[in-house]
Design a protein around this ligand. Structure first.
Ligand SMILES: [Ca+2]
Length: 277
């Protein structure tokens, strides 16, 4: 075998390995999707919808006392915004200045999950290991914390700041020190559920959407067991979105209506859904 033929064979091996890897990844994702398909499906109905700014690369999404708080990612473009829920829908569509407050992050930070506890907003960053704390009232800077690992989603149960990092693990941080005090592993019938992204804590459960998947899962906050799933495919399917990264990524609980506002990265709409079980 000539040298060049040998090199060609090596290249073929590399390509074969690459294709095999892709197949394995695809099969793994499919396996996760299949395992969740067996989870209890939670029925819901859409009770309202509103437009959503498509320049928001939504990473954190929450609703408190009549206002949305939202973090938007990407380097050099990351920011947090808030805006009131104008009623009725016609008033919402007429809003000319949608953001009551806005705070831009320094260019080297990629904003991720956002949550609100004791009048303070907590924001994590993707790979920078920095959490920012702002006053919710005026977005003024309070402090930063350092932590290890990636930041994806955030939520709070009123005691801890709960963080996802794209794996099956959820980290429970002390809000005063940001130390990790406990973790849970999210699973359905012992099978790990990966890529947990935006989070919400409501009605005694943790709710998470899964990156590049149209499902929201309901998680027991003590054991990590998935106890149900909501399929958001109907919300996503008729949306005209910017690109393949315009995926479901936003769960905000409206405590008064006992319903969830749902949106995604660069989505033109947000939907209010109510579970019907
Ligand atoms: Ca949320």
């Amino acid at each position: 075998m000539s040298d060049s033929l040998g090199k060609l064979e090596t290249m073929k091996d590399i390509i074969r390995l690459f294709c095999l890897s892709l197949t394995l990844i695809a099969n793994f994702s499919a396996a996760q999707a299949d395992s969740l398909a067996k989870a209890t499906q939670i029925p819901y109905s859409i009770i309202a919808e509103r437009s959503h700014k498509t320049n928001l690369f939504t990473q954190g999404f929450l609703f408190k006392d009549g206002s949305f708080f939202e973090s938007s990612g990407l380097y050099s473009k990351s920011n947090i915004v808030s805006y009131p829920l104008a009623e009725p829908a016609s008033a919402w569509e007429k809003m000319t200045a949608p953001f009551s407050q806005k705070q831009k992050l320094p260019d080297r930070f990629f904003a991720e999950g956002l949550t609100l506890l004791n009048d303070k907003l907590y924001l994590v960053t993707w790979q920078e290991g920095t959490a920012f704390v702002y006053k919710a009232a005026d977005f003024s800077f309070v402090k930063t914390f350092n932590y290890t690992g990636q930041g994806w989603g955030l939520a709070t149960d009123g005691k801890y700041i709960i963080r996802s990092d794209g794996s099956q693990t959820l980290f429970f941080h002390n809000p005063d020190t940001f130390a990790v005090e406990k973790t849970i592993s999210v699973k359905y019938k012992q099978e790990a559920i990966l890529n947990l992204n935006e989070l919400e804590y409501a009605e005694g459960f943790i709710w998470a959407n899964i990156w590049h998947d149209n499902r929201i899962i309901k998680i027991n906050p003590t054991t990590g067991d998935v106890v149900g799933a909501l399929d958001m495919s109907d919300l996503a399917k008729n949306l005209k979105v910017k690109d393949e990264e315009s995926v479901l990524n936003g769960i905000a609980y409206d405590a008064e209506k006992k319903a969830f506002w749902i949106t995604g990265k660069q989505w033109p709409k947000m939907f209010l859904i109510k579970m019907t079980h």
